[in-house]
Design a binder for this molecule. Sequence first.
Ligand code: PEP
Ligand code: MN
Length: 344
Amino acid sequence: MMIIMKTTATKAEVRHVLQRVKDLNLHPHRIAGSERNVIGVVGDGRPVEPTAFIRLPGVASVIPISKPYKLASREFYPENTLIPIGEHVVGNGTPIIIGGPCAVESREQILEVAQSIKAAGAHALRGGAFKPRTSPYSFQGMGEEGLKLLAEARDLTGLPIVTEVTSPELVPLVADYAEVLQIGARNMQNYALLKAAGISNRTVLLKRGMSATINDLLMAAEYILSKGNQNVILCERGIRTFETATRNTTDINAIPVLQALTHLPVILDPSHSTGHWEYVSALARSGIAAGADGIIVEVHPDPANALSDGEQSLKPKRFTTLVKQVNAIADALKMAEISTNPLQ
Ligand code: PEP
Ligand code: MN
């Protein structure tokens, strides 16, 4: 539930309400950046009576949150959560463009990609150092050596780093090197990992599991938020369907649906959702037209010899064209004052 304080509520009255929440073994969450003085209250699933708070001094009203994901819901926070990454603010209407290889493979490779995506106009560099591969015999990533190379690429280009973390023990290490911790599709319901990311001070890019519903994704985000980390970006990366012509099926529906249900930014990964470089640009364009807050795209200087996901990676030249197309769509929507907000 949400406790809405009166605009005239004193600090002592707010403190008193917070104390009452804790006395009932519930967890209070102050909503940072909200114009309203609101306290979110999350329990352990047992019903909580609004009457426990409604008569306390300074309280204006108590509103139940109907969704199982409390902190992630738009009921809890009706505005968009804005998340700075480098010089870009995700969620403010201008799409973030993240590019880079599936995996960091060598110094030459990552520095070359970083420079080319920077020149194309990307805002952040992606690249896996710890790779969760379906096969134990596939390339598993360069580990910390890969993180060091990503840091070098950041020094060279100024691009912030997005990289995957695959286990809770690795969160502090990856957080030392990267601005954004990616939690991959295969780990979306790794609750120990979600909790560890929730206590780190890094932004989390949470990818939808390939067989996860939208509700599952939001419940996974709730794990991170409930540990105190407000900076979560959701990523649609395609789901498994009966279709076999593409690696996954891009659930474009998920973009407006998520934006209606949550205040968290939503980006699209057209690379994993299609699995073929030929289709990546089309899906990236459609994601932006549907209102995505950005895209994350795999780019490799030599896709034919990539150690992972070469078949869905764009060459830098094609990525440069894609960035122009995506920006043109975003500009056209703005110029025509077409709102992509599903609630308007
Ligand atoms: C990736 O981004 O390279 C990746 C492994 O993605 P996903 O977790 O969506 O499969
Ligand atoms: Mn990949």
